[in-house]
Design a protein around this ligand. Structure first.
Ligand SMILES: Cc1cc2nc3c(=O)[nH]c(=O)nc-3n(C[C@H](O)[C@H](O)[C@H](O)COP(=O)(O)O)c2cc1C
Length: 203
């Protein structure tokens, strides 16, 4: 059983979440888990102004995903930062290159799941997750979120990401906050949950 974790990260928050999602998926017996980034699409000069080139060095070793790789997986977990309440353009562009997979029904019946992050608590995490699900449904994927069985998403004693639609992290407006222990636990739960469902479907 093959699980792909495909994400974009500019400053490392989604990279950290992706690592934890992958670790959770790897806990399921028989799971082969691969971490993949989607290609960058912004010009170098823009990335330089955004301070992204320096930050990106920390995860530049993660191989880039190709569209052709997607059908080889039993389940795919997608990770994206919020951009104006939606997935980032890099992820959108990657998904917009999957038309041939859609035409062939290549992802029909595979498990699809999304995790995300934003700068602020109410800056669009849920809209990012839910609008991402639309693309997965067009591909005929079986959409899986983060069930309330992960009860720590309900805690209010500390600021935390996490929703029934998927694990999330709150990065802060300067990116100063890395995923908390609770957010990482949500990411790990989601990875394990998706892999366990994929294992049942693969039987
Ligand atoms: C162009 C742009 C648009 C963004 N839009 C939002 C937004 O709508 N809401 C929000 O809370 N954060 C927004 N952010 C902040 C990012 O979501 C945040 O930097 C990201 O989640 C950090 O994850 P990363 O380090 O993996 O890139 C935006 C950032 C950029 C650069």
């Amino acid at each position: 059983m093959k699980i792909l974790v495909v994400y974009y990260s500019m400053y490392g928050h989604l990279h950290r979440m992706a690592e934890e999602v992958a670790a959770g998926a790897a806990e399921v017996e028989g799971a082969q888990v691969l971490l993949r980034r989607v290609p960058e699409t912004l010009p170098q000069e823009v990335l330089t102004k955004m301070g992204a080139l320096e930050a990106g060095k920390a995860f530049s070793h993660v191989p880039l995903c190709t569209v052709e790789e997607l059908p080889t997986a039993d389940a795919i977990l997608f990770g994206t930062p919020t951009r104006f309440g939606n997935m980032c353009g890099q992820m959108r562009q990657f998904l917009d290159a999957t038309g041939s997979l859609w035409a062939a029904g290549a992802l029909v019946g595979k498990v699809g799941s999304v995790f995300a992050g934003s700068a602020t608590q109410h800056g669009g995490q849920e809209s990012t997750l839910l609008s991402f699900h639309i693309t997965l449904l067009h591909h005929g994927m079986v959409v899986v979120g983060l069930p309330y069985a992960f009860q720590e998403q309900m805690r209010i004693d500390e600021i935390t990401g996490g929703s029934p639609y998927g694990a999330t992290t709150i990065a802060g407006t300067k990116g100063e906050r890395m995923p908390s222990a609770n957010e990482l636990a949500g990411a790990r739960f989601q990875g394990r949950h998706v892999a366990s469902i994929a294992a049942k479907l693969a039987r």
